[in-house]
Design a protein around this ligand. Structure first.
Ligand code: ADE
Length: 227
């Protein structure tokens, strides 16, 4: 059983993503438990303040350190986290090999930022890893956390069955996946490649591999240059 705790500013954004399809099955099978914590409950004073103006001036609020520290300390007292991950556009770019690695962990704590981000001292003292889901800026870390949980959750051993095995996914071997077809054999004048109907599984494997190579060379040659 893997457990993922997520500290969120807008927990509602995380209400639905884990209740469908493969992640729903993962939770029903007892393989993944996702728990969302509302940062507001650790807010300061009567108004449960969680953000504040940034020192030095400049537009945009920053998440205050105390509520985050309190939440992280409370959660860390209950279980040991493999990683405390802050989702941020200036983090390490998420890729499939990171997802593979994270899926082997037991407990993960994810922190979602908002506005201009979180006080730098939280990053220094509590965060063990910083991850970006791409070179663009979201309005908060929640959707990024949902992406990370999806990418990691489906890789937890036992979550996927044979048919949906991760082994044939794009990126699993630094290659994009080949094209796929289902019935009917002819659709709007386009036919399924004959090889796929041939029943020659060794030939089909070869064809798929060749298609993967071609696709990757055309669309993402950068993948083929990686380690
Ligand atoms: N928060 C805002 N933008 C983000 C991104 N691209 N990746 C991760 N977290 C984010």
């Amino acid at each position: 059983m893997m457990r993922i705790d997520i500290i969120a500013v807008v927990p509602d954004l995380l209400a639905s993503p884990f209740s469908h399809s493969i992640l729903k099955r993962a939770s029903e099978k007892g393989l993944l438990h996702v728990n969302v914590i509302d940062l507001r409950q650790y807010g300061i004073g009567k108004y449960k303040q969680i953000d504040d103006y940034q020192y030095g001036g400049g537009a945009g609020m920053v998440l205050k350190p105390e509520p985050l520290a309190q939440a992280i300390r409370e959660l860390s007292a209950k279980r040991a986290y493999d990683e405390v991950i802050y989702l941020t556009p200036d983090g390490e770019l998420l890729n499939q090999s990171m997802a593979n690695q994270l899926s082997l962990g037991k407990n993960l704590l994810l922190i979602c930022g908002h506005y201009k981000g979180i006080d730098e001292r939280i990053r220094q003292k509590y965060v063990t890893r910083e991850i970006s889901i791409g070179d663009y800026v979201l309005s908060g870390g929640e959707l990024a956390a949902a992406v990370l949980v999806d990418a990691v959750g489906r890789l937890i051993p036992g979550v996927l069955n044979d048919e949906s095995s991760a082994l044939s996914d794009s990126f699993q071997d630094n290659l994009l996946a080949p094209p796929v077809y289902t019935r009917p054999a002819e659709f709007e004048g386009l036919e399924v490649p004959a090889i796929l109907l041939s029943g020659h599984f060794a030939e089909i494997d070869k064809w798929r591999h060749a298609q993967s190579l071609e696709r990757t060379r055309e669309r993402r040659p950068d993948l083929m240059e990686e380690d």
